[in-house]
Design a protein around this ligand. Sequence first.
Ligand code: 4AD
Ligand code: MG
Length: 462
Amino acid sequence: MTRRIADLLRNGQPDESVKIQGWVRTKRELKEFAFVEVNDGSSLAGLQVVLNQDLPDYANVVKRLNTGASVAVSGVLVASPAKGQRIELKAETATVYGEADPQTYPLQKKRHSFEFLREIGHLRSRTNTLSAVFRVRNACANAIHQFFQEQGFLWIHTPIITASDAEGAGEMFAVTSFNLKDVPRTDAQEIDYSQDFFGKPAYLTVSGQLEAEVMAMAFSNVYTFGPTFRAENSNTSRHLAEFWMVEPEMAFCDLGGNMDLAEAFLKHLFKSVLETCPEDMEFFNQRIDNSVLATADNIINNQFERLTYTEAIALLEKADKTFEFPVKWGLDLQSEHERYLAEEVFKKPVIVTDYPTEIKAFYMRLNDDEKTVRAMDILAPKIGEIIGGSQREERLDVLQRRIQEQGLNPDDYWWYLDLRRYGTVPHAGFGLGFERLVQFMTGMGNIRDVIPFPRAPLTVEF
Ligand code: 4AD
Ligand code: MG
């Protein structure tokens, strides 16, 4: 049976007979033998394989085993005389599955820029950095499920195609089966959606929240974790057109409970990933951003700062620093403001609550002052907003008014309003941008390098 290299590096014992399979990272040829480092994606470090003249077809095999080639090796583990590795594999047989021509294979042993690696998205996961990112991403996804499952949350699957704009911001991609060269029109020359696949306009979802609220009104505590889509034309290092979001929703919960859950959640994720991926996290700290481990420690051991939007504005107005964007009560916080608060004022994550009504979504619970809503954003150093959430408006009349005030059509939200007609309860939830979390954890500078196949303006290859 084939063993994974991570397992062998940890548990393999001298004299054990094993078989491994993977891709060659490096080859060193000496007179009588050759060293090949093989990586199978299970760990940052590969396994050193020693091939010597006894190997059947030695010269031919070694000639074919260039960087990028795929191989199966059977042999015996031996204690390694080399520094930095406990064991190595003495090959008895080696089968080359596929060669990689050194003249054309783009991933030769040298540093490549992340921009270049994005152009070879089909090969970049074979590099140290990207493979470490995707192992951490996997560990994080696993820890998310673990956290919610242990607390009795039901994992629900919310739709990807939807007819409603969950954020009311109109940043949706349309879904249609029309032939775009010949779209049916009504007599008034408007697009005749009654002839489209769903009989009305449909879109890719921007958030699973509204459906999560439906399910929370039956199961109390639920979460959805899936892809979401935004057609905002933001070419930044923190925006994707397709990203994954984790959205818990809790019945019988207010904003305080929501903040407590979000904070416990982030602490759990950092703790868990440090435990499951210590080598990868060490790698990020050494090679990508030397504050990665200190940040993790800070998240785990310190309480997040909590303040209102009004207090945040006061701090920003007092700052002896000039911002590019204006600071004024009523305007949304820009990334530079968020980062100033988290990085310079508090030096840890900050939860800002009670934003102005006008700049937040229709579903957030109106405060008694009517000027602010029970919103919360969690702002992280280097990233800015990583979580957005709120207590939801559970009062039918207020919600109807808010939908109208925001220029939305209440008919589109009939079922969402029904939740307030039948058995309404105080409830709250939030959305964590999964890629922003992975970015925050690994110190990776660009969000396009923490998702295997990034989707962004003019970017849809692979
Ligand atoms: O703040 P947002 O828009 O909140 C919602 O969608 C709510 N419905 C969530 C809820 O309460 N259930 O988005 C939530 C998070 C943001 O804080 C950010 O981390 C991430 O999603 N996000 C993006 N990540 C990558 N690319 C984008 N274009 C993103 N837009 C939002
Ligand atoms: Mg937000």
